[in-house]
Write a protein that binds this ligand. Structure first.
Ligand code: NAD
Length: 366
């Protein structure tokens, strides 16, 4: 049980800060949990965007263009931060300083040092700070994780993995050259920080090992600016000695967004390549024949129930943590340390051309 909040027997008032593209993936879940959650305010510097989101979600939802005014005037029970990456840290900090728990979109911060600082504030003030790595809440991911946890020998120890990420960034930005996601100073990086981080984080979550060392090469082509990588190829060594690769390219013309991976353990495989996530083990059915390799896979399909989607489940986990002190077993800020530290290490390797150790971030002690 998280010490601090259990605090309320009323629906949780939640403000959303940032009314852009992804905000709706969060707000769509509120109506499913009316007895638990109320969207109590919307904030966006772009007032038209804030009003549009507020009116889509109900009537009379207060709108702000400055999160500090929102804090001063309505002080919600909790907030979801869906802003450009460089604003995650200062805005989350303002909320935590004001005693308000936060769920922060990925990447929670642009650096490990910032994440460690937010984590320390949250712990000192006994507030919930959750990492918005929502893929961990996908029904398919939950199913595969449950399979692994129920019988660890089915997968065994992670030995190798490969991740591929392809994005057509012009389609993503609608061709806007000034978009914040193209600017390394605002996005905190390029294609890996903005898109690859989902799979990087899942390698840890499903593979069961942390990132220890990276070696990266990349390109920094327009429309990306300020050292945001447009593509990168990364070699990884994990804390258990496993090795893996990632290739990410944001300049993939006429390519629908695609990210995929395969993880190989000593006994099992987890694949999500052109189709639903699948898993199989050799335990009990040793595969020796070529044709055996096509058999024995279980499909971990995503749920078609909108209440069961990753954003909705993530929101419910956040509410459970804030209202009842039931912290999720994953997605805490401290659990997220290694994912963000891995982003730091990739950026440094891209800068220096060398192999970089992933910092072992330690929580600031109480
Ligand atoms: N989990 C996912 O699958 C997923 C998908 C897309 C985006 N995201 C993440 O969500 C976050 C937002 O991405 P997006 O695509 O919605 O971006 P976006 O550019 O569409 O929206 C950001 C919004 O923030 C507003 N804004 C900027 N500065 C502000 C400030 N100081 N105060 C209040 N509002 C401000 C902008 O006006 C804009 O409306 C990012 O962290 C991104 O990585 C996650």
């Amino acid at each position: 049980m998280h010490q601090g909040y259990p605090r309320m027997n009323k629906p949780l008032d939640i403000a959303i800060i940032g009314a852009g593209g992804i905000s709706r993936a969060h707000t769509h879940a509120f109506p499913f949990f009316r007895d638990r959650l109320v969207l109590s305010a919307v904030c966006d510097t772009h007032e038209t965007a804030a009003h549009a989101l507020a009116s889509e979600c109900g009537t009379g939802i207060p709108v702000f263009s400055d999160h500090r005014q929102l804090l001063a005037q309505i002080r919600p029970d909790a907030a979801i931060i869906t802003l450009p990456h460089f604003l995650h840290y200062p805005v989350a900090r303002d909320f935590l300083d004001a005693g308000v728990p936060v769920l922060v979109e990925k990447p929670v911060t642009c650096t490990g040092a910032e994440l460690r600082e937010l984590d320390a504030i949250a712990k000192r003030k006994k507030l919930v700070l959750l990492a918005g790595q929502m893929r961990r809440f996908n029904a398919a991911v939950r199913k595969v994780k449950a399979w692994r946890d129920a019988a660890p020998e089915n997968f065994g120890e992670l030995r190798s993995f490969d991740v591929v990420v392809q994005v057509n960034i012009d389609a993503y930005t609608g061709g806007k050259t000034g978009h914040w996601i193209l600017d390394g100073a605002k996005a905190g990086g390029g294609v890996i920080t903005s898109f690859g981080i989902h799979r990087v984080d899942l390698v840890r979550h499903l593979g069961g090992a942390d990132f220890a060392e990276v070696t990266a090469i990349g390109r920094f082509d327009a429309p990306f600016t300020n050292r945001a990588e447009s593509q990168a190829s990364v070699l990884f060594r994990m804390s258990n000695g496993a090795t893996g690769t990632l290739h990410a390219n944001a300049l993939a013309p006429r390519t629908p967004f695609m990210d995929s991976f395969c993880l190989h353990g000593t006994h099992g495989t987890i694949l999500e390549v052109a189709g639903p996530m699948r898993y199989a083990t050799t335990t009990g059915t040793i595969t020796k024949q070529w044709g055996d390799q096509h058999q024995g896979f279980v499909e971990a399909t995503d749920s078609s129930d909108p209440k069961d989607d990753a954003f909705a489940q993530q929101l419910l986990a956040f509410a459970d943590a804030v209202q009842f002190g039931r912290m999720p077993t994953f997605n805490t800020s401290e659990e997220n340390f290694n994912t963000v530290a891995c982003m730091d290490a990739i950026a440094e390797s891209l800068r220096t051309g060398g192999t970089v150790k992933v910092a072992k971030l330690k929580a600031v002690s109480e």
